[in-house]
Design a protein around this ligand. Sequence first.
Ligand code: HEM
Length: 314
Amino acid sequence: MRLPTITAAPGTPPCGPPTLGDDGWVVTRHADVLAALTDSRCVVPSVPDGPVGTLAWLRASVSRFSPPDRHAARRAVGVAALDALDPEELRRHAVRLTERILDLPGEEDVTPARRVPLLVLAERLGLTNPAAATEVVAVAAAYHPGADAAAERRADRAVAALLAMSPPAAAEVTANRLGLLVQAADATAGLIDAALRHARAAPDGLATATLLAEVLRLDPPVRATRRVAADALRLGGQRVRAGDRLLLRFDAANRDPAVIAEPDRFRAQPAVGVLTFGAGHRGCPAQRHALALAAGVVDVLRHASGRLIEGSRR
Ligand code: HEM
């Protein structure tokens, strides 16, 4: 089976030692990204708090942006919710929902299917109001600090709406359950989009699990993450000062020729050490759930190939 080459997306830096730019260090080598992700001196940038029910409150309450002393307890809330979800059941739910979307009379557009993982998770986490997914998408658009003011205002309204729709629980518990949905929204939709794009070049017999694993490596839906050095440290031979910002580029590190031969070539056996789900105690807690949900959607769409071609033109 001859497998295709997937060139890096425009803007992906080549692998090399960390470089210092206007916005801090850009870290591209696999070993350096992994070292930063697992070094307790490299912390997630802090976020300001805000009144309950706002985007600032949500950010300041979820594990994702929590300082080291608050992180473990908040992460445990999300992990407990995930533990109650069987990935195989999620996959089957995603298959049913995708098939239902494709069966809608006159439905030729497959793009709504990219939101199936979010719809499944929202229902399983007790947000049965069909408007919940739309609100989560609005929050996701402004979740990472730096979004424009209009997106932040829209996200504020969405957080308030999601709070009102959520089953009763302590505010921090609700925030971390909503955090699961926000984290899931764009990452799973992006993975499905990329898998459908690359499926056209992949051999027919390629298993969906392999397609997803290699798409995660070569065209990751989460391209990078940020850290700040809490103390001075050495990274990849460079001196990083306390307070320096670090941009950890998963997209570059996943193609590091030091860890993977012919890094641009699609592999029939998924590569090990792919960094797209992060690593260490802040790594994605939902890797199996994300892959199961995406596999359910992509499997159905790959078999509905006529519609797949139609959808991929949009
Ligand atoms: C293809 C899909 C996904 C990708 C590529 C992805 C990637 C990541 C990455 C890279 C991180 C760590 C960020 C960092 O260390 O700075 C992360 C964290 C997280 N992800 Fe995912 N994720 C995906 C899907 C999901 C889904 C489906 C959920 C929930 C059901 C989820 C929930 C979370 C949570 C709660 C965190 C924060 C963990 C913590 O605070 O310790 N992710 N994800």
